[in-house]
Design a protein around this ligand. Sequence first.
Ligand code: NAD
Ligand code: MN
Length: 357
Amino acid sequence: MRRHHIAAIPGDGIGQEVIPAGLEVLMALAERQGFALDVETFPWGSDYYRQTGRMMPEDGLDTLKPFHAIFFGAVGDAHLPDDLTLWGLRLKICQGFDQYANIRPTRVLPGLTSPLREVSPGDIDWVIVRENSEGEYAGHGGRAHRGHPEEIATETAIFTRAGVTRIMRTAFAIAAKRTRKLLTVVTKSNAQKHGMVFWDEIAAEVAAEFPTVTWEKELVDAMAARMVRRPQSIDTVVATNLHADILSDLAGAVAGSLGVAPTANLDPSRRFPSMFEPIHGSAFDIAGKGVANPVATFWTAAMMLEHLGEAVAAAALITAVEQVCAAGILTADVGGSANTAAVTAAVVAAIKGANAA
Ligand code: NAD
Ligand code: MN
């Protein structure tokens, strides 16, 4: 039997609610589709910090390295600084495992409403590929003459041939596997004439390796407008760390809720385990109430299954989630009245009720 080793890190707040829900659904799928999941759950996060003075053990990355994938909830605590919790756990894993490709699919699920008046479920089907290791967030820069009139701060965007080439290859490869095979390379080479021109040149070089993919360039400001005005014209998108950060929040908003948006932090070279997580945070305002939307986590789980080579199970999970959303079994953030347990039970029932593959 195929066996996959999963490290689960629920983390803080509603992470503690949505990750167990995700595992329940994954176990039902494994049983149905004939594979095994060995799950080890790690109690790392803010409570762990209060007990030990660390968000995760010093050798935490060594512990995680042998796993096939990491299933992550959220970090963030009302009583601890966000940079401590984020850098102490989540970013330590992203950077330590060189998860350089951040993949963010966006769709308006059946039963959900986009704030865009003319968009119905099915009209938006995007994958945004975000460069996750360098660019504007490389942390390169400094401050001098603090407090003086001459004070200066620099924040230098870093683009490397290795870094841009690998994210372009990842994006073209994803586009090549999709029905429309259309990739939009988001840029700003009109105004930023070094890094962004380099970005465009490497896109053109890598494009030659993927003759089946149609590609185009779009300036980031025009792309923001196009996502609102002509969302149906978009398929796969690749953008820098900063540009994709902003565009993917816009994408989440047009899809209807943060509670349904998934993401994967991939090391496509597979030297290290990749990490799968809902986009949302620990949601202090609803934590502990059992009302968090588990759909983002289910979709994330489907991305993890796909990465593990369980494409049939991944598709079955998406189908089950779509059935449940279409039936109106929704949490409050998307206009329903069901709680986390009710949505989870409905998805498990849909999985069990489906014809065996
Ligand atoms: P958040 O995503 O936690 O919450 C924003 C809003 O969306 C809240 O009103 C929340 O109730 C709602 N929401 C989020 N997920 C939901 C779900 N599954 N179901 C229903 N409603 C949902 O963002 P925030 O409030 O800015 O941050 C709270 C904490 O989470 C902070 O400490 C922040 O640093 C952290 N955070 C962590 C991550 C991560 O771990 N990847 C991401 C974002 C924020
Ligand atoms: Mn962001």
